[in-house]
Design a protein around this ligand. Structure first.
Ligand code: MG
Length: 133
């Protein structure tokens, strides 16, 4: 267990101790998908710093949310995405991985508090990340 910035980092799956997941998908991609609700929204200053670090290293962090564009209460998310000049993808409830693949975008890392929103339970990404679900 590694402690960093008030967070505990663990490479092992334990649904009772994990709040935010970082799942590896396509190692050669530069895209980093970061969830909004209960992820960035919980600690915008922390995510601002890691988004900056990813950008400095040549990665392309973006917000990926299950929300729909026509719903209310998206002003804070929109202003975060505009301020940081990063992309915002709203999937309207569709599996995030499927949504991004339909756009031709493969994702290097998914940072999310709700991994079932990323892909269906039988997806390879979960076996690859040793999540039994
Ligand atoms: Mg979330």
């Amino acid at each position: 267990m590694v402690h960093q910035g008030g967070y505990q980092l663990t490479p092992f799956y334990n649904e009772f101790s994990i709040d935010i997941y970082i799942l590896l998908d396509h190692p050669s991609s530069k895209y980093i998908a970061i969830d909004w609700d209960n992820t960035i929204s919980c600690n915008p200053a922390f995510y601002q710093s890691i988004i900056g670090a990813f950008l400095q290293e040549g990665f392309k962090p973006f917000i990926c949310t299950l929300r729909a564009p026509d719903k209310e209460s998206i002003e804070e998310m929109r202003s975060f995405h505009e301020y940081h000049n990063i992309e915002l993808h709203m999937t309207n409830g569709q599996s995030k991985k499927k949504h991004m693949e339909n756009l031709g975008i493969k994702v290097h890392l998914w940072i999310d508090d709700f991994y079932p929103g990323i892909a269906p339970c039988d997806s390879k990404i979960f076996r690859k990340n040793k999540i039994d679900y």
